[in-house]
Unconditional design. Sequence first.
Length: 511
Amino acid sequence: MIGLKRIPLGVKIFVAVVILISFTSLVLTRFFILRQAQLYRETLEIKSVSLATNLAINAEIAVKSGDKVLLGAMLEQTQQEGNVFLSAVVDPKFKILGLRKQDVVDLRDVSRLISQHYFRPTKTSYYSKFFDETPLGKPVLMVLHPILSKDDVRQDEEDLLFFHGAMPEMVGEVVGYALVAVSTQSIEMAISANSQMSLLLTIGVLILAAILGYWFSHLIVRPIKALVLGTRRVSRGDFSRPVQVDAHDEIGDLATDFNAMVSKLFVQQTQLQDYSRTLEERVHKRTQELEHEKLKSDQLLRNILPETIAERLKSNEKTIADTFPEATVIFSDIVGFTALSARLSAQDLVNLLNQLFTEFDLLCEFYGIEKIKTIGDAYMAVAGVPDFRDDHAEIVAQMAIDMRNTTESFVAATGEKIDIRIGLHSGPVVAGVIGLKKFVYDLWGDTVNLASRMESSGEPGKIQLSEATRQLLLKNPRYLMTARGEIDIKGKGKMPTFWLDDVTPEKKPDA
C-alpha cells in the first residue's frame, strides 16, 4: 500500500482497462459459442432443405401416377438420413399420400401437425422453420417444399445442379408438397451445454473483477467522492468550503481547478441574482401590460358580439348557429339620406349618421335589445336573441317609438331634412357567427325578410307592424295601433299590416 496515493491516474485507468478487456474477452467467447451453435443450425437446415428438395423433385412422377410403392421407396430413402423422424408427401389440399416416421412418433400427432398448418404453404419456393413446441412433443425443424409438374416448371439447369441455401423461384402447377421434419434436440443440447459453460465462466470472471474492482476503487473513488461532495455543496449554493484532496495526481489537479471554478461561480451567482431581480421586475411589468391588452381585446369582442357568443368563441367553439322560436326584428331606414349625401361632404355625412346611430345604440343598451348591424343608413336590431325574453315584441315597439322621437329631436336640433321609416315583424329566426375574419353576429330566416319588407313598404315617420307583431302587442292595451289594410309584400303577396301610433300617455314609462 506504500506510495499508492502517488500512483498516477493513468496507471489506475490502465488497471480498469485490463478488467474491461477481461469482460470483453468473456463476451466474445460467449458470442463465438452461440455463433457455433447457429452455424450448426444453418448446416442442419441446408441439409434438411436438400432432402425436401430431392424428395419433391423425385416424387412428382409418383404423385401424378398415384404409385404408392414408388412413393414409399422414396420416403424410406429419405427416412434413412440422420435426424429425420418424419417424411411425408401430401396433395395440394394437405391430404396425406405417403408417410414414413420413426416408431416413437404417434400417427395422431402427425395428423394434428398437418391439419393445424404449422407451416405456410408456398407455390414458388420451399418454407422452413424451427419450432420449439409441436404436437410431436419435441423441437423440430420442418421443411415444406412444393412438388411441381415438370411440364410447367421453368428452372435453370445450374440451379438444379447447385443448391446454395435457397431455391430460386419456380413457376408451375403444384401437385403436392414434400414435408420433412428433423429433430433439433442435439442442437438444443449443444446450446444448453455451451450456455452452462458460459455461465460458469461469467460467474468466475465477475467474482475476480469484483475483488479487483473493490481494491482499486478504494484508491480511485476516495478523491472522486471528495469532488462529488464539493459539487453537491455548490449545487446547494454553498461556495464557502473548498474541496480537500490529498492526491498528487490528475485528481489533485482537478480539485485545484474545481476550487478556482467555485470562486468564479460565487461572483457570477451574485451578478445573476441582481440580473434575476431586474428580469423579474420586467416580467411583472410585461404581464400587467398583457393583462391590460387582454381586457381591451375582451371589451372589443363584447362590443362586436353578444357576451354569451363572445364566450363561446373564446372557448374555441367552431360553429355557432342557434334557432330561436320567438323574436322580434326591427329595421329602420333614413328617408332623404340620398339627397343629404349629395349635399354634404363625406366627413360631415358620416358624423351626422354617427350621431343619430349612437342615440339608437343607447336605446338598444337601455332596453336590452341586441344590435345586429348597420348597412349604410339602415339600422337592424332584434329582441329575444341570443337570450330569450317574453316581452320581446313590447320592448322593440317601445324602442321604435323612441327612435322616431329621437329622429324628430335630431331634425329639430340640426335643421337637416330627414325622416325615418321603421318596420317590425315577430317570428322564428336563426342566429349565428359567419366567417373567420371580420365575423359578425347575424340573423337569417323569413322573419328577417318580412321585417325588412315592413320597413321598405312603410311610410316616412311611421312604424309598420306585421299581423304577428300586432297579436303580441294586443296582450298589453297601452299600445295604440291602426290598421293600414292589405298591401302587396314582395315575395308574399297581399298581407294585412298595421301602424304603431304611440303608447297610451298615462302608461308611458318615465324618461
